[in-house]
Ligand binder design. Sequence first.
Ligand code: 3PG
Length: 409
Amino acid sequence: MTIDYLALGEELDGDEYLICEYTVKSDLDIVTAGKRIAEEESTGTWTRPTTLSEDIFKKYGAKVTKAEGNRVEIGYPVIDFSGEIGEIPQILSIVAGNLFGLDSLEGVRLVDIHFPQDIIDRYPGPQFGIEGLRDILDRPDKPLIGTIVKPKIGLPPKEFADYVYQAGRGGLTNSKDDETLVDQDFCPLQDRVSHVSESLDRLEEEGHKMIHAHNISTSGHRMLEAADLALENGARQLMVDVLTVGFAGVQALAEDPSIKVPIHVHRAMHAAITKNPEHGISMPVIGKLVRLAGGDALHIGTYGIGKMHAEVSEEIYSREVITEDMKGLDPMMPVASGGLHPGMIDKLMEKSGPDVQIQAGGGVSGHPEGVSSGAAALRQAVDAAYKGIDLREYAKDHQELRKALEKWM
Ligand code: 3PG
């Protein structure tokens, strides 16, 4: 038997193999490059180990099934991921591990991943997702509209909570901590949560439903403690920075039975992994992993409309993989955030559709008349785009929107 990891043309059973698609940049021909990945990540190494029997290779060896252009498809036998403890960290160590550092490969990008049902069934996935968030907010059809409290850091808890209240008065359904705020001395988590909860209670008494996502990103052994602290003080939603904390952190929150609130997932640091088109991991792969781990809402970008770099087709695919069928997992709410303001909402919604949480930090707090008017302007822009009315036309009798367009357009 030849131990060469090649099975070109073989159609693998998607329930027996975890199938990955990679692009490769290398002086090696694509077949050899694919073999290098398959051997490194399953039963091989740079030379054939004398301990590698044909039997082990047959059972656990990965297979290169396609190698064309700069693209390879590799199937990893599902048994390589068996056992109760490994979970997402182990999946990543296999499909996205040593291969990125192989000297013979100048660049490798994990562009897509397809999980067998057996792996999906080990994860509960989103506990709230699109439908759960819509139910909590009593908002069955329209986009959720949010803000990120700005400045990112510096406001003390009371002023922070006042920002949230003003945003709610302006009609927003969501707000959140920024990714850089956790428990700093000037705005400790406990005080912040309790003041924000008072703001949300007050809004609810006034007839407006709103939730705020509190950032509890911290080290693994402290995160559940931070979640408890936030929940004891009235948190209605938690937030975690998935790439600084890790997918396992999202999963720990999603699977904790005492956490009965949605988990908002920020992707700070993702561009270090996703931005180079010839190397790293694509955002859709990160999206699938967050869905598996149980995130309820995930930042996926603004389709090139806001301030962040975007590969538009990849962002559209990110939206699809987190909202469309994934072997029984509930859909996650796509979050569009980063440099948005009311004047961009019509273009954004052409790409996002109505199942989206639209967020603006500067685009609310930078409004000439302050947060409440900024929130109203954002809401008016969403209402106009949802109804298919031209923003400038709508702004004629919506003065907050008019002022926002005057400032930013
Ligand atoms: C985010 O969390 O997405 C950013 O802080 C967005 O802030 P901005 O709307 O001011 O760009």
